[in-house]
Design a protein around this ligand. Structure first.
Ligand code: SF4
Ligand code: MG
Length: 322
C-alpha cells in the first residue's frame, strides 16, 4: 500500500457566537508516498482546517472532530494521544505556512533556530547540530550558508525566510510536508523558485506534499492530484491532467477561467460572481447554487453527493448525476 495519509469521511465542527458550524463536512482524500496532493479552494472552505485536524492541531474547544478517520502510516490519528502526536509532528510530518516571519523568532539567528529544531528531533548536539543546520541551508539553495546562518530573520528577504522555514521543516526528513499557502506572500518569480525547490526536495527525499492553496495556478506544475473544496465539502477530485483538460464542477471551471493566461489580455479575466457563503448560513441544496451559471431547480433544494463519474474522477454536481 502506497498510501501515506488517508482521511475518510472527516467532519470537523467549530463553536462560534452563532452556534456550532461544520467547517469540514465528510471530507475524504488519500496522499500517496512521494506525491503531491493539492487542496484548492477559497479562504474559509475548510482546506486548512482539514490539514490541521490531520496533525491534531485544531484547538479544542472551539474545534471538535464530529466523525471520520485519519490514518497516517496506518495509525489512527483521531484517537492518538498528545505524546504520540508530538512525535509524529516532529519526525514524520512537518508544516510550512504563508508568512514565515511569524514562525521565526526575531531574537535568534536562523542558524540557531534550525540547529534547535535539529537538536529537538535528531540525536545531534551543539556543533554537530550547527553543521547540519548549515548543510540544510545549502540544501534549500541559500548561498554562502555558513555565513548566512548568523543572520537574523529581519536581515533576510521573504523568499529567503521561506527557504529557512523549509530547511527547518525538512531537517527531520518528514514523510509528509504540509505546505499551507507557502508562496502566497511572495512575488511570482520567488514563488516559482520556492515551488521548484519543493519539487526537488520531493524527488530526493521521496516526500509527500499536501499543498494547500487558493490559487489553482500554482497547482498545475506542482501537484499530481487535486481536491477542490467549496463551503466545507469536496466538490471535485481528480488527477492534475484530467482536472485541467476537462474540469467537471462549475466551481472548478470558474477557478480555471479566473487564471491569467500568458497569451491573453489580462483585462479579460473572469472572476466567479458572488461571495463565498457564510458557514453559519449555508444555502440549501448545492452550496454553490447562488453563484452557479448552470443552476437547475433541483440544485436549490437537494445537495448533490460526491460520486465517481469516470474512473478516478469524482464530482458533486447534478449536471452529472441526474
Ligand atoms: Fe451548479 Fe447545480 Fe452543479 Fe451545484 S449542482 S454546481 S448549482 S449545476
Ligand atoms: Mg488557510
Amino acid at each position: 500500500d502506497n498510501t501515506l495519509l488517508s482521511i475518510k469521511n472527516l467532519s470537523v465542527g467549530f463553536y462560534t457566537d452563532e452556534g456550532e458550524i461544520v467547517a469540514v463536512n465528510d471530507v475524504s482524500y488519500d496522499i500517496e508516498r512521494g506525491k503531491t496532493l493539492a487542496v484548492v479552494g477559497e479562504s474559509g472552505c475548510g482546506k486548512s482546517v482539514t490539514a490541521m485536524t490531520a496533525m491534531k492541531l485544531i484547538p479544542s474547544p472551539p474545534g471538535r472532530i464530529l466523525g471520520g478517520s485519519i490514518k497516517f502510516k496506518g495509525v489512527e490519528v483521531t484517537t492518538a494521544g498528545e505524546k504520540q502526536m508530538r512525535k509524529l509532528r516532529g519526525n514524520e510530518i512537518a508544516m510550512i505556512f504563508q508568512e514565515p516571519m511569524t514562525s521565526l523568532n526575531p531574537v535568534y539567528t536562523i542558524g540557531e533556530q534550525i540547529a534547535e529544531a535539529i537538536e529537538l528531533h535528531q540525536n545531534l548536539k551543539g556543533d554537530q547540530a550547527w553543521t547540519k543546520a548549515v548543510e540544510m541551508l545549502d540544501k534549500v539553495g541559500i548561498a554562502e550558508p555558513a555565513k548566512r546562518a548568523w543572520d537574523y530573520p529581519h536581515q533576510m528577504s521573504g523568499g529567503m525566510r521561506q527557504r529557512v522555514m523549509i530547511a527547518m521543516a525538512i531537517s527531520c526528513e518528514p514523510a509528509l510536508l504540509i505546505a499551507d499557502e507557502p508562496t502566497t506572500a511572495l512575488d511570482v518569480t520567488i514563488q516559482a523558485q520556492i515551488l521548484e525547490l519543493l519539487r526537488q526536495l520531493q524527488e530526493t527525499n521521496n516526500m509527500s506534499i499536501l499543498l494547500i492553496t487558493h490559487d489553482l495556478g500554482v497547482v498545475a506544475e506542482n501537484a499530481h492530484d487535486v481536491v477542490v473544496m467549496y463551503a466545507s465539502k469536496i466538490v471535485e477530485k481528480a488527477d492534475i491532467n484530467s482536472l485541467f483538460s476537462k474540469p467537471m464542477h462549475p466551481y472548478t471551471m470558474g477557478l480555471l477561467r479566473s487564471l491569467p493566461k500568458l497569451d491573453e489580455d489580462s483585462t479579460r479575466l473572469e472572476t466567479i460572481a458572488g461571495a463565498v457563503p457564510n458557514p453559519s448560513n449555508f444555502p440549501p441544496g448545492c452550496k454553490f447554487h447562488p453563484r452557479c451559471p448552470h443552476c437547475m431547480d433541483i440544485c436549490r433544494s437537494e445537495e448533490p453527493q460526491l460520486v465517481e463519474i469516470e474512473p478516478g474522477r469524482h464530482t458533486a454536481c447534478w449536471l452529472y448525476c441526474k
